[in-house]
Design a protein around this ligand. Sequence first.
Ligand code: PHE
Ligand code: FE
Length: 284
Amino acid sequence: DDFFATVAEKSDGAKLRGDYSKIDAQYVVAQDWDAYTPEQHALWRRLYQRQAKLIPGRACDVFIESLELLNIGDGIPKFEESSELLFKATGWRLVAVPGLVPDHTFFEHLANRRFPVTVWLRDPEEFDYIVEPDVFHDFFGHVPLLFNPIFADHLQEYGKGALKAMKLDGLSMLARLYWYTVEFGLIQSPEGLRVYGAGILSSGGEIEYCLSNPAPLRLPFNVERVMRTLYKIDSYQETYFVINDFQQLFNDTAPDFTPIYQKLKALETLPANALLSGESNLAV
Ligand code: PHE
Ligand code: FE
């Protein structure tokens, strides 16, 4: 019964990782930066360096620019310092959380321009793949995008919309939207396709795969199509949805979804690899 179980960054039935003994009412904790070990900072540097090499020509501009500004290559960042930079840019703040938080709590944070970042770092054996989001995924993958004002506004609206969707039984549809945009979204640029989804940006393998492998589908973003489409949680995606720019993401998700939920509930869901008649796969 939590959102990330819904969007499935968590394996079924697994016990939550992280120390929940010191949470406040919003599940917020102190980051306790001094408790990270030299080995953990070294692991962060290795993760950072691998991704930094893959980023040029693949990540969208705001990601590359914000990553430079954040200056987080030397070790696990201090959330408070980055939070100040972010607040000056777009009015968002970072809050430290022990790990996955309940749906309602997560959306309340987003709706109030607070991004929850997990405090723990993966173990060295999990260098290539991690089931639950850790500080590297949450910070490296998500935080740079929040420096784009339109994306930042969009994510706040998403949080508000999700609180509303919980009352309308629309959360599974809205979770698909999050998955195919915030986590696995691609965006057009004058120089070609680029990545803005955090699940790809923090992945050593998918960042190359999603842009150049001929196997997956790359379809133009469409809200209703996305909200009907199931997704893979334990492999690379079979379909990526491509936005033209962040304004399109904001505008296309702005209308009241109430009638859309009603309509889509009457339709069948689509498998992750569906290609409908009339749809054209974007060539790479
Ligand atoms: N417009 C949506 C609604 O009315 C809310 C929403 C905004 C959902 C942005 C996702 C992203 O329910
Ligand atoms: Fe994520």
